[in-house]
Design a protein. Structure first.
Length: 108
């Protein structure tokens, strides 16, 4: 409905509205995923994070290729809506925020 009347809100309020919507959608997707995992044993084995494994050598190209080819599975499980967890290939490390921060610093 707001798309039809885009002139009603200024850019600041549009940004806030989009942020709130995205947070609610992310929370809904995460809750739905958790609920589905209780009923379906196949889904229970899936992580509550989107694990993204990349090599440091060509990080940007590999990231773009994997991201473009990413699609929801046949059950409608969309990994993009889950929190991101980065894993660098052949490196030990648990992503508690630092590895993700380094990843985004490298691709920028």
């Amino acid at each position: 409905m707001l798309c039809n009347y885009h002139w009603i809100l200024d850019t600041h309020n549009k940004k806030q509205l989009t942020e709130v919507y995205n947070k609610l959608e992310w929370k809904r997707a995460q809750d739905l995923s958790m609920l589905r995992s209780f009923w379906d044993s196949k889904l229970f084995k899936k992580s509550m994070h989107f694990e993204f494994e990349v090599k440091r050598t060509n990080i940007l190209q590999e990231y773009v290729e994997k991201f473009i080819n990413l699609k929801p599975d046949k059950d409608g499980f969309d990994p993009i809506k889950l929190p991101l967890r980065i894993i660098f290939e052949k490196e030990a490390g648990i992503d508690m925020g630092g590895v993700s921060k380094e990843f985004f610093k490298l691709i920028m």
